[in-house]
Design a protein around this ligand. Structure first.
Ligand SMILES: [Zn+2]
Length: 461
């Protein structure tokens, strides 16, 4: 197999056939050849690769039908002979590449992969590095070209909140109608605790609707559909929109859409760690403005520090002395201004892996579910608190979400030893020599209510 997967030239004759549209390629027309292993060379005698020619435009159309793991052209370096093209043809190819990269970065599947990675990472700094790395690289390795605002909005469903007028039971009822699945069976499945997982499983088994095999949903499309879902309250209208959503989803897509509706991605990440992946100061800026769109735009145009309430810094890049112009920053998405993003942390991380195939893809394991009904604030009530909260605690999910939203950490049984606070609703417990303070659930509620830590003395079990 050739080292690079592709070559480009102007057709020498009109004899080559486009492998995508089956039309002959005109003489001198811009064409891209994809090297394919010569399958007639059964004994591997080195017959060389076959070249499958495509119209340049058709080559990129073909990529859309390929599997995520298949080789694609993501930069001019991925093909031979690019430098021998004339200027106009070079421009054509560069535009095709850029358009494709924008499209690929905007795929909902990429967002899903990012969530899976975030879910697997336990530390906040690690999560920040993953987001930063994702934005710095994008699918082509040269920077995320998709819609950064939408990506961040989706990553923070509990913070940038869209209200859907749908609880778990409503969702199950509507999906059981769409899937033609027995409502009782779905409700029983739901008792295992995760509505998104129930929906995914039942979608796969549905006899009336079939999940897409390949994920084609984009961030924009998902956002449009979810926005229209949030604008209706009648069951019949919700049914209509959910049916539309289902028709555009693989079962993994739909699971993630449900998680967006329920405001919990299962990535167990505090807003500050996600936002710091956008820019080290993005969290602070968001606390000041509470306006994610504004923060993203400022990061992209490198004007975060001119924001009221933020410290001023030099706008000029010290290394190069260049001033990032606004339009350039915007055009390049985050890549132009991400030099200052936490490089030290992200360098340690391995690059974001592309999904090998949609079906085999991992999805984030669900760790928490319900978002609090009160509007989330960016207050830091529980900063530095590592709270062991038993799952048997009344309103466990709600409390857990509050603790995370208010900057605390929720520990499970395995990391209980490092807790600063242990919640007990069952009276006094032995902490076997740990320094953790034992408190009742009311300590959490009181702290949340007062927006500051309540005295642990008052809430001893
Ligand atoms: Zn063609």
């Amino acid at each position: 197999m050739a080292e690079l997967g592709f070559t480009v030239d102007n057709a020498k004759s009109a004899r080559s056939l486009c492998r995508h549209c089956d039309e002959y390629i005109d003489k001198k027309a811009l064409r891209i050849g994809k090297f394919v292993k010569n399958f007639y060379d059964e004994d591997d005698e080195g017959w060389g690769d076959l070249t499958y020619w495509h119209h340049a435009v058709c080559m990129f159309k073909a990529f859309d039908q390929d599997k995520p793991k298949d080789k694609k052209i993501k930069s001019p370096d991925d093909m031979y002979c690019f430098n021998q093209l004339n200027q106009e043809d070079k421009k054509t190819i560069l535009k095709l590449i850029n358009d494709a990269n924008v499209k690929w970065d905007n795929l909902f599947r990429q967002f899903r992969c990012l969530c899976a990675k975030l879910s697997d990472e336990d530390t906040g700094a690690g999560k920040t590095a993953i987001v930063s790395d994702f934005l710095k690289k994008g699918n082509a390795g040269t920077g995320f070209k998709g819609d950064v605002y939408l990506l961040m909005k989706f990553l923070l469903p509990g913070v940038v909140k869209t209200v859907y007028n749908l609880n778990d039971k409503d969702l199950i009822k509507l999906f059981s109608q769409i899937f033609g699945t027995n409502l009782k069976a779905m409700e029983e499945d739901l008792e295992q605790g995760d509505v998104s997982e129930t929906v995914r499983v039942c979608f796969d088994k549905s006899k009336t609707v079939t999940p897409l095999k390949k994920s084609v949903l984009t961030l924009q499309e998902a956002d449009d559909l979810l926005t229209s879902l949030s604008q209706v309250t009648k069951e019949s209208e919700q049914y209509k929109i959910l049916t539309k959503i289902v028709a555009r989803c693989t079962s993994n897509d739909l699971m993630m859409v449900v998680r967006l509706i329920t405001h919990d991605l299962g990535i167990n990440a505090k807003a500050k760690y996600i936002l710091r992946g956008l820019h080290p100061d993005a969290y602070k800026a968001f606390q000041v403005s509470q306006n994610l769109k504004d923060v993203v735009e400022r990061v992209q145009s490198n004007t975060l520090h001119s924001m009221a309430g933020m410290k001023k810094k030099e706008k000029t890049d010290k290394k190069t002395g260049h001033d990032h112009s606004k339009s350039e920053g915007a055009k390049q998405g985050i890549s132009g201004s991400s030099d200052s993003v936490d490089v030290g942390v992200s360098k340690k991380k391995t690059p974001v892996k592309r999904p090998t195939e949609d079906e085999g893809q991992t999805t984030p394991s669900k760790k928490c579910k319900t978002a609090p009904s009160a509007s989330p604030s960016m207050s830091n009530i529980f900063t530095d608190c590592k709270i062991f909260l038993p799952e048997t605690t009344d309103k466990f999910k709600e409390l857990k979400q509050y603790i995370i939203d208010f900057d605390g950490e929720v520990l499970d049984e395995t990391s209980k030893g490092s807790a600063t606070h242990i919640v007990s609703s069952k009276g006094k417990i032995s902490t076997s020599g740990s320094k953790a303070k034992v408190v009742t659930p009311d300590w959490l509620w009181q702290s949340i209510k007062k927006k500051q830590l309540a005295s642990t003395e008052e809430f001893k079990p």
